[in-house]
Write a protein that binds this ligand. Structure first.
Ligand code: OAD
Length: 239
């Protein structure tokens, strides 16, 4: 049974943004079918061919203007408004949770909107027209270095892990939405939450790799299932 005091951690993946028109990674028409991870999502790829990597992310940065949050993103903001403590961890680098209004949100794999300077570590939202072309952008702080995408690539450390681990150790309910369970450490959150006694809920189009660990699994589209589930969760509190 849910109350306002129920502590909830939610992990989202590409599936929650699929209904907004953003391609997932591992579907038959997914991004990794067309691009090699080694080429566009590793520090070595950036070193070898920065233009290829830059163009890949610039296309995805420009796409943010063509998409918007869907009912799945919105349902999670309703749940956050109701609960005293909810942490939303997303593997998605789009800004759809932010635009839907989620507040306590961690982008564990970085954010497309932001660029980062490898020299002085400046990070900022850079989404003006001149930031979105095929030309590299210089750092607004130290001006001599070229900015890189503020994305966590394979072989790099995901962001804010200690905050996430702390929340996982204390949560009553863990919910994974739209993620295939392939990429660690995020794919390991379910096992951590389960081990410390959380009730674990999965919402996904197809059963993910770690399907067996869920206490409750809802198969289907997040944008269709989540609004109804959130409505039920918010209305189960007894007087
Ligand atoms: P995947 O593409 O691996 O998995 C997306 C999951 O969403 C699949 O299990 C689909 O069945 C499911 N799905 C698709 N449409 C859905 C819908 N409408 N509603 C619910 N579920 C749906 O994406 P992620 O698990 O997010 O990392 O991938 C994790 C990481 O791998 C990404 O953050 C990215 C990638 O490599 C980096 O780039 C570092």
């Amino acid at each position: 049974m849910w109350t306002k005091e129920t502590k909830v951690v939610i992990l989202t993946g590409a599936g929650i943004s699929a209904e907004s028109g953003i391609r997932t990674f591992r579907a038959s028409d997914g991004l990794w079918e067309e691009h090699r991870i080694e080429d566009v999502a590793t520090p070595m790829g950036w070193e070898r061919n920065p233009q290829l990597v830059w163009d890949f992310y610039q296309e995805r940065r420009r796409q943010l203007f063509e998409v918007g949050p869907n009912p799945g993103h919105v349902a999670l903001t309703k749940l956050e408004e109701y609960l005293d403590e909810m942490l939303l961890v997303t593997q998605n680098v789009d800004n759809l949770h932010d635009r839907a209004g989620s507040k306590n949100l961690i982008h564990i794999h970085g954010e497309l909107e932001k660029l980062r300077c490898e020299e002085c570590d400046y990070v900022g939202i850079m989404m003006e027209d001149h930031d979105l072309t095929s030309s590299f952008v210089s750092c607004p702080e130290c001006s001599n270095a070229v900015m890189r995408p503020h994305i966590v690539w394979f072989h790099e450390m995901p962001m804010r892990m200690s905050e996430i681990e702390k929340a996982l150790n204390q949560c009553d309910v863990f919910i994974a939405i739209g993620t295939s369970g392939h990429v660690y450490p995020a794919a390991g959150f379910l096992a951590s939450a389960k081990q410390q006694g959380s009730h674990c809920i999965g919402i996904n189009l197809d059963p993910p790799l770690n399907f067996d660990l869920f206490d409750e699994f809802h198969q289907g589209k997040a944008g269709e299932i989540l609004p109804e589930l959130v409505h039920q969760w918010i209305n189960t509190e007894q007087p």
